[in-house]
Every structure is written in C-alpha cells, then in structure tokens.
Write a protein that binds this ligand. Structure first.
Ligand code: NAD
Ligand code: LMR
Length: 338
C-alpha cells in the first residue's frame, strides 16, 4: 500500500488499462472524523445515499481501513480516503457538504461541556480548513458540546471573512429522533408517523421538546409530559451509561446524521418544503444561536421558524434552557476571541 495514501477505491490493485470511473451526478460530501464510532456507520450510510456522488473520508487515524472496506460497496458514490492534517486540503477541496463527527465522546459521569477542552481545538482546526478550502460548503457540526462548537465554528469563519450563517448547522437531529421514538411509545403508534419539534440546544435542560406541538396533534398528562421531557433530555446520558465507558451514541447518531445530511442535500438540490430542527445563528430569541425548525434550501438555511405557541411548562423550560445556552455560547465565542 502507498504510505502517503490518498487512495481511490482499490486503485493500487487495478489493471493499468482499467477504465477509471467518473463521479455521476450528485453531491460531494466529506466526513471529518470518518474512522470513529459515529464516522464509520455514517460513512457507510452516506455511501448508500443516491444523492452522494463523491464521498471523502478524513481522519487522523485508520482512514485507510475504513476507506478500503466501504469502497467495496457496490453503490454509486466514489470513495476517497485522507489521513492526517497534511491531507485536509485535498479532503475538503470541492465539497458541497462537510459533516463533522470528529472529537472525543463522553464517559459516564461527564457532561458534554467536559469535552470542551479537547473538542474546541479540533473543531477550530477543521473549520480553519473549511474556511480555506471549501468556504461555500454546508457544514453539519456533530462534535460536542454542540452548544459551544457551533459558536466556535462561526467565530472561525467570521475571522476568516467567510461566515455565511445559512451554511453552518449544529446537528440536533438525534434529539428529534429520540423524541419521535419515545412519544410514539407513549401514544402506542408508529414512530414514523410522529414529529416532535425539539428546540433550544443539545445538552441537558437546553434540549426542549415541544410536546404541545407534536404531530399528529396529541395531548399528554402532566406525568407523561415530565417523563417524556426528562427521557428526551437524558437520552444521551442513557446511552453513555449503558455503554459503561465505551463511548456515547454512535449508531442512532449516524442514522440521525444521515437523515439530517439528506435533508440538507435535498434542500441543495432544490426540493421545496424541507424542514428540520437545527442549532443555527438565529434571531428567534435574544441569544445569537438557537435550535428551531428551519427550512433548508439551495443556500442552506433559507428560513427560520418562530417557536410557536408554548404552554406554561414549556415556557418555564425555555427560561432554564436559555440561561445555560447563553453561557455555553459565550464560552465558545471567547475561545476564539481570547
Ligand atoms: P470516537 O472517539 O469514536 O470518534 C471520533 C473520531 O474523531 C476518531 O476517529 C478520531 O480519530 C477523530 N478525530 C480526532 N481528532 C481529529 C481531528 N483533528 N481531525 C479529524 N478527526 C479527528 O467518538 P464518536 O463516538 O464518534 O463521537 C464523536 C463526537 O460526536 C463526540 O464529540 C460526541 O460527543 C459527539 N456526538 C454528538 C452527538 C450529537 O447529537 N450532536 C451525538 C453523539 C455524539
Ligand atoms: C447524544 O446526545 O447522544 C450525544 O450528544 C452524545 C452524548 O454525550 O450524550
């Protein structure tokens, strides 16, 4: 194998006269942190997505193996692997969408904010690369703490003069996926029929499910509301504890990340009415970033929806969420401005 690889499928094994496959129509997607717990199943699912024509897998370890493995799947996307900082430029150049699950996950007893010290620097470096090599790409940021890493990314882009708030999205889709699942269990219906808006941010009390706005329209007792809200807010911790030191949610996260990336790609391709929740630069509250329903289009976030009518329980939750969110956002901004 080449040592400084930038392999395209099993290129070194191909006969010299083998016709090389050009990328078909579709989007170019890079995954940064592709060899990790989320990165591997996410890479596999994106290789299966018909909207993707080129898939770049980047990590600081093990990309070669993941790329070789995934490249054997007989789906349309052309896969290329990139290892280490010196290959970040080639990993990012020409990309339409960059998905970032790079960074350390929680262990039992930790909060997402405990990951700040390591992950803030990782996100900063990767976003500096995006600003330089694919400033027009849509960015889906998964690395925790999302409430701080999105403001970090925004500050990096702002500093480099490339910031387009429509193109930076913190991924909170897993909260929606969990909310749909847990609400469907309570209502005893198919989760595919349920849609729960989850607003605020992505940590503890900042995760605010709006059960009063559930589709199909449903009512919940106070006990059900408290059970569901707590379960949704603690979904991540539930998995961290069950994995007992081996990491946090990876498989449900890869599923949620693909669901969200697909919505972004559908928006880019001009599909109308693509609406999902995401943590974005926003003016729906006094905070500079907030998760709400957004409409995705050719430029990323085309419209940010207002919170809609909240009941008393949700209004109280919103106040708590905003307090914690303000501090997490400020911490991210200060990390770059310091
Ligand atoms: P993991 O440790 O299994 O994988 C992380 C990967 O990132 C590793 O392969 C590592 O080599 C890579 N990496 C580290 N530094 C890098 C760099 N500078 N450039 C590129 N890659 C780098 O962790 P995981 O379970 O995949 O979780 C990744 C992150 O996602 C964590 O921060 C976790 O908290 C977060 N997460 C977020 C959500 C969400 O809903 N937004 C859900 C689950 C996990
Ligand atoms: C999750 O919600 O599963 C992720 O944010 C990972 C975590 O640390 O809980």
């Amino acid at each position: 194998h080449p040592t400084n690889f930038q392999m395209e499928e099993s290129s070194s094994l191909r006969p010299a006269n083998c016709r090389s496959k050009g990328a078909g129509p579709g989007f170019k997607v890079a995954i940064l942190g592709a060899a990790g717990g989320i990165g591997q199943p996410l890479s596999m699912l994106m290789k299966m997505n018909p909207l993707v024509s080129v898939l770049h897998l980047y990590d600081v370890v093990n990309t070669l193996g993941v790329m070789a493995d995934i490249s054997h799947m007989d789906t349309g996307a052309v896969v290329r692997g990139f290892l280490g900082q010196q290959q970040l430029e080639n990993a990012l150049t020409g990309m339409d969408l960059v998905i970032i699950p790079a960074g350390v996950p929680r262990k039992p007893g930790m909060t997402r904010d405990d990951l700040f010290n390591i992950n803030a620097g990782i996100v900063k470096t990767l976003c500096e690369g995006i600003a330089k090599y694919c400033p027009k790409a849509i960015v889906n940021l998964i690395s925790n703490p999302v409430n701080s890493t999105v403001p970090i990314a925004a500050e990096v882009f702002r500093k480099s003069g490339t910031y387009d708030p429509r193109r930076l999205l913190g991924v909170t889709m897993l909260d929606v996926v969990r909310a749909n699942t847990f609400v469907a269990e309570v209502l005893n219906i198919d989760p595919r029929e349920v849609n729960v808006p989850v607003i605020g941010g992505h940590a503890g009390v900042t995760i605010l499910p709006l059960l009063s706005q559930v589709k199909p329209p449903s009512t919940f007792t106070r006990e059900e509301t408290e059970y569901l809200t707590t379960r949704i807010q603690n979904g991540g911790t539930e998995v961290v504890e069950a994995k007992a030191g081996a990491g946090s949610a990876t498989l449900s996260m890869a599923y949620a990340a693909v669901k969200f990336a697909e919505a972004c790609l559908r928006g880019l391709s001009g599909d109308a009415g693509v609406i999902e929740c995401a943590f974005v630069d926003s003016q729906v509250t006094e905070l500079p970033f907030f998760a709400t329903k957004v409409r995705l289009g050719r430029n990323g976030v085309e419209e940010i929806f207002p919170l809609g009518p909240l009941n008393e329980y949700e209004r109280a939750g919103l106040e708590k969420a905003k307090e914690e969110l303000a501090a997490s956002i400020q911490k991210g901004v200060a990390f770059i401005r310091k």
